[in-house]
Design a protein around this ligand. Sequence first.
Ligand code: SAH
Ligand code: SF4
Ligand code: F3S
Length: 470
Amino acid sequence: MHLPDYKDARTRDKRGYKRVSFKFSDELRNKYRNKSYFIKTYGCQMNEHDSENIAALLEELGFTLADSYLDADLVLLNTCSIRENAHNKAFGMLGRLKHLKNEKKGLIIGVCGCMAQEVSVVDEILRDYKFVNFVLGTHNLYQLPNVIDAAIENNLQQVEVFSREGDLYEGLPVVRVNPFKAYVNIIYGCNKFCTYCIVPYTRGRERSRAKEDILKEVDDLICDGYKEVTLLGQNVNAYGKDLYNDYNLGDLLEEIAKKDIPRIRFMTSHPWDFTDKMIEVLGKYPNIMPSIHLPVQSGSNRILKLMGRRYTRESYLELFHKIKDTVPNVSISTDIIVGFPGETEEDFLETISLVHECQYDNAFTFVFSSRDGTPACKLKDNVSISEKEERLQRLNKVVNYYFLENNKKLEGATLKVLVEGISEKKNMYYGYSETNKLINFVSEKDLEMGEIVDVLITSAKTWSLDGKCK
Ligand code: SAH
Ligand code: SF4
Ligand code: F3S
């Protein structure tokens, strides 16, 4: 048993790590042939992609995918710690699973993902959720087959959570959800330690994958017919810093852009590490999609400082405009937190004025949620919850206004859309534009999924656009 520890999780020394090739145990292959699994995923794209690895590990063990958690022999929650509501959702689901397990004694229940790295969560599971068969940390994914096997064979609660990142495992199997769009991890962890954020504790130190491994994965995806890759990391802009002297995300993007892949995306970019080389590469290669997620969090310098974001309102705006001026038709989205401890009405109005200046194409807005073990959790907070909620509503009105305004400008334009499916409700095709806007559209001829087609935009809505295939 390994339990999480925050002191360890905070450490950032230069301890080396090995690159290890994952090998699935021959003894365990297909051992659980007649059993089924269901994974419930919370949180970000990194968790979604981890679930694709988890699904593949389970399938190598012999499990098959169940239609619902109600029919499954094994239910795994891949959890997220970012805000309290993600945390509450996972515990709500555990409550439901407890009832299910009373009816189905052999049900195996596992918890993995970021919440598994939280000391208080693991304590609570050990104390009050004894029906959970295993807890597996984010640094322990490669141990999943052995942990499940031990949980079933010994019928004892297994907890395997390393607080510190271990070796970097390459070659984990993967079952991808989307046949045309693939996630590719390029960097794990985060060293930024924004004062509100739990990710540096749950995902460990920044560790880049070797460029050869990434390029090989992209080559394999191209061979398999994928049309789009999204390079993933909590802060992709830090790519390479821990491995190379002179090779960063700009270089990696350029190498991938020279390959025969129509669409390349990357997320998330912390404004701090956004280099000129990256902006130049973005402007130069048409297969790097002109869509950038650039979280600002707040428009007030006082709050940005308290958040430990390492940039000012002015330097953010300078970067924002540089990207807008260099990359044709770029769309920029953002994340914003309101109600950070001590945020005044004036601070909040600075965020609103920044939104008026940036007129974002998309924005994810949140009320500050205090996370155990982070520095912001100790800050004095005299802003009431109702005031925070009210600020969120006001902010949402402004961001929504610009989503619609930006979309309206596209009426009459022709956009390239990657066809992803047919929405049953609307009986229309749907897909995403290069700028990552959701397009619902009709077509006179039958279209292949995964095709990239020209769509004439006929009408704009706040969160989507309607169109007609040309
Ligand atoms: N690595 C990314 C963000 C990952 S978390 C970045 O720095 O840009 C996604 C978003 O969740 C953050 O951008 C932030 O807006 C929000 N978030 C993170 N911690 C939060 C907290 N404690 N309360 C509210 N929102 C939070
Ligand atoms: Fe969290 Fe900041 Fe790291 Fe993003 S950059 S994951 S907000 S600590
Ligand atoms: Fe959540 Fe962990 Fe992602 S906290 S946002 S699942 S990195």
